[in-house]
Design a protein around this ligand. Structure first.
Ligand code: NAP
Ligand code: HSE
Length: 435
């Protein structure tokens, strides 16, 4: 029996999905049972990379959701509204949903999961994180028996593509960003990529699955690559590091006795030692390192954005639902493990109490004793220094780069305060986290 698919959106991802459905040969046999019934777009006159019968297209996404010939709703339009309302409308109608929309899931996942659980329909989100990399199902299922300590990774393809090309070719930021947009990697508003918001959406989703409870998306400390300077990438390189936009979710305690589980969740550019497993992840590729007990370290790697990889994940979710329908199995919510009754409380810890290694670049006047005074400021705050190097600066003065050992954030900030007050220090020009 044919299963009717309604597509909300025919942009990069939607067109990738339509292309797979149009050519089922050589794929899973169930693909041949999927039929595209209706597609919503904004602009009917826009040229499309896939050849679809014009009568399939419309500009009314509600009509797609409501169409009785549509059995599964695939939301690939992006944005918060009307995407959220359309997902809820599909659920209310008892139609399973597949979505790639991390922005909606990171903010309204709880509401959507509760509605889906109550109505007994699936909402599957494999394409929302990591593009073509299967990471949602492994976290929900295959690694379910583990106590997850840490999930960290490169989960934004656009910024990794930009950083890789800047490092490898010395390419200019704006030109590479334009290429990422042309290739379909970037969000409709690329500020979400370069300012770190897209990675924050994704790490919120991964943390929710890894730790069994939703995290407050808006409270995640987020820093993108938009203020990263080329000279810090170059200095990091000379010191044996590469700079990557890293998203991290780490358990910092047990949340015993019914207390909320304390988590450190954050997104920021990070210096990685060149031999670190994530340092070799280049271009649009993503990689997610999951550390759990008893499994140890597991790394998921692959293309993190673009039409083909993302459509691959969307179609996998559609096939999952189609397969369950085929065998007449029960439908369920977004994640049975996260059904409203079994959510646990998670809380984000105060950033001042977390511990990190740091890279600091200082612009100073070039005179005797400066390095000593800077060292004293760090020492008095209890911040241990791993290395301190003076770089040649083309401008007047000196550039001093300090890499600390792992220290408490509050102590690091105290040291920076004292350094800022030194008359020899013109500016604290950059601060980056270091692994
Ligand atoms: P896109 O290229 O901008 O496509 C969006 C599509 O939705 C377009 O076809 C657009 O119509 C349609 N649309 C938007 N608002 C609409 C409305 N109100 N009514 C009817 N149609 C509407 O975006 P995309 O890159 O495919 O991304 C789609 C979703 O997938 C987003 O949530 C994104 O975060 C997620 N995602 C993207 C990637 C990727 O690599 N691109 C990877 C993973 C997840 P028009 O074509 O007529 O403008
Ligand atoms: N803009 C996103 C990225 C798309 O570059 O990673 C994949 O989610």
């Amino acid at each position: 029996m044919t299963i009717g698919i309604g597509l909300l959106g025919l942009g990069t991802v939607g067109a990738g999905v339509a292309a797979i459905l149009a050519q089922p040969e050589g794929r899973h046999p169930l693909v041949a049972d999927l039929a595209l019934r209706r597609v919503a777009v904004r602009d009917l006159s826009r040229p499309r990379p896939v050849d679809l019968a014009p009568e399939l297209l419309c500009t009314d996404p509600q009509a797609v959701v409501d169409d009785p010939a549509v059995d599964i709703v695939v939301e690939v339009m992006g944005g918060l509204e009307p995407a959220r309302s359309l997902i809820l409308r599909a659920i209310a109608a008892g139609k399973p949903v597949v979505t790639a929309n991390k922005a909606v899931i990171a903010r309204y996942g709880q509401e959507i999961a509760a509605a889906a659980t109550a109505r007994g329909v699936y909402v599957l989100i494999e394409a929302a994180v990591g593009g073509g990399i299967p990471i949602i199902e492994p976290l929900k299922q295959s690694l379910g028996g583990n106590r997850i300590q840490r999930v960290s990774g490169i989960i934004n393809g656009t910024t990794n593509y930009i950083l890789s090309r800047m490092a490898d070719e010395g390419a200019a930021y704006e030109a590479v960003l334009a290429d990422a947009q042309r290739l379909g990697y970037a969000e409709a508003d690329p500020a979400a990529d370069v300012q770190g918001g897209d990675a924050a959406d994704k790490i919120a989703i991964l943390a929710g699955l890894a730790y069994g409870g939703p995290v407050a998306r808006e409270a995640i400390p987020t820093e993108g690559i938009d203020r990263l300077q080329a000279r810090d990438v170059a200095y990091a390189n000379q010191l044996g590091y590469v700079v990557k936009l890293l998203a991290v979710a780490e358990r910092l305690g047990e949340g015993a006795g019914g207390e909320a589980l304390p988590l450190d969740v954050r997104v920021h550019p990070t210096l990685l030692p060149r031999q670190h497993p994530l340092a070799g992840v280049h271009g649009v590729n993503n990689a997610i390192l999951v550390e759990g007990d008893p499994v140890g370290q597991v790394m998921f790697y692959g293309p993190g954005a673009g039409a083909g990889p993302t459509a691959s994940a969307v179609v996998a979710d559609i096939l999952n639902i189609a397969g369950i329908r085929r065998v007449g199995g029960p439908e369920a919510g977004l994640d049975p493990l996260l059904a409203a009754s079994s959510w646990r409380q998670c809380r984000l810890v105060d950033g001042a109490s977390t511990r990190h290694r740091n890279y600091v670049r200082l612009r100073t006047c070039d005179e005797a004793g400066v390095i000593g005074r800077i060292g004293t400021c760090f020492g008095q705050a209890g911040v241990s220094i791993q290395s301190i190097v003076q770089f040649e600066s083309s401008e007047a003065g000196a550039e001093i780069v300090v890499i600390t050992h792992e220290v408490r954030e509050s102590a690091f900030q105290e040291a920076l305060e004292a350094i800022r007050a030194l008359h020899e220090v013109e500016a604290i020009a950059a601060c980056l986290r270091t692994l």
